[in-house]
Design a protein around this ligand. Sequence first.
Ligand code: GZL
Ligand code: ZN
Length: 345
Amino acid sequence: MKDWTGNRIRCFLTVLVFFLIPYLLFGCRKVSFESSEGDAITPMDKNLIVVGVSQVGSESVWRTANTASIQKVFTKENGYFLIFKNARQKQENQIKAIRSFISQRVDYIVFSPITETGWDTVLQEAKEANIPVILIDRKVKVQDDSLYVTWIGSDFIHEGRMAGEALEECLSQRKNTKDTVHIAILQGTKGATSTLGRTQGFASVAETHKNWNILEASDAQFTTAKGEEEMERLLKRYKTIDVLISQNDDMTFGAIEALQKEKIPIGGEDGIIIISFDAVKNALKLVEEGLIAADVECNPNQGEYVEKVIKKMESGEAVAKLYFVPERVFTRENVSAHLLKESGE
Ligand code: GZL
Ligand code: ZN
């Protein structure tokens, strides 16, 4: 006769160890989370705060730095379990990621919305699941702004204004202030807050100068390849381009390729004036060399600010609806000291 008692005890112990104890430990919450790699993770210390992050993509050097600032902060050592998803520049991938965070019942959802519209439904689902949403970098246009707790990012309109003010400075330093200044603009992703804000901010300065002629604003999607392609097209279309306003450094790198191919002088006394955004390290070296006249910083280090907000919320403190990160403009006057300090760090 088989020893049923022994089997029964073994079976009871298995259920106890692998199901009952974890269930008691984690309450009703699922005892395993899908990791960023997509495989299920075994139960983990219930004290970790689970943060689901949906990132736009990896379209630019700035984006890579932004991602690094998040991954550096949300570590197990700091008390977090990070589920990070890269949407590869597709809104539907971000919506899918947010839905997976909801089904995994994470504690917080953090995301940079690739464009401003199309988020009401999925953010309503997060609200109904009682999961707070924190926006970084770019904004959403929603009917009900209680669908997100706060937004952390750059003052893009101010960035655009700073670019306009930098161009005023450049033109005033040039002896031969031309009667008409012909300006081309490389814009970032259509509908992105950074694109909208930089365009609006620069326009608010440009409209005070009757002799500034904006030839065209073309969509180069924040990438180097499109920046080069669009710059080639603009050079074919317009006989004279005195100024290029490029809404991120990646597009600027592409545009410089195109200009150098056509042997068009850049910077100096009478070369094309390039004003860029993001102020990533390789671009600041071009500021030092005089190829970029001014680079408006777009501070990517938002991870630490997100953590401050989560800590406040964890301790029941109220949080503001909006937090701006600090930013400067780099020109030949201040870039070398900054690069030296950065390399020293
Ligand atoms: C700015 C961010 C922009 C960067 C680009 O906060 O939205 O997206 O300027 C990035 O480099 O692609
Ligand atoms: Zn200002």
